[in-house]
Design a protein. Structure first.
Length: 85
């Protein structure tokens, strides 16, 4: 999926939150998204991380991104990983 606007980024992260909330049995959930060149990929990453940290997911899973320190960032791909404690 290509994220073209910041509103789309918010919609996509809310979908990821809903999916994760219903998937307690899964140890690792990974969302992979392509960010449009029109957008700042770090701003989109910030939206994802902020929304996830402010959700119930933060109490259940470790949240990381390929744009986090030590992450591997190539191209316009954003990879969010949610790992159950």
């Amino acid at each position: 999926m290509v994220i073209n606007t910041l509103d789309e980024a918010r919609e996509v992260v809310h979908t990821l939150i809903l999916f994760t909330s219903g998937s307690e049995h899964m140890s690792v959930i990974q969302g992979m998204y392509e960010v449009s060149p029109k957008l700042n990929i770090h701003q989109v990453n910030g939206i994802f991380l902020e929304e996830l940290q402010n959700s119930v997911i933060a109490a259940q899973r470790i949240i990381s991104s390929n744009l986090s320190q030590g992450g591997s960032h190539i191209g316009r791909d954003l990879v969010i990983t949610l790992t159950r404690f």
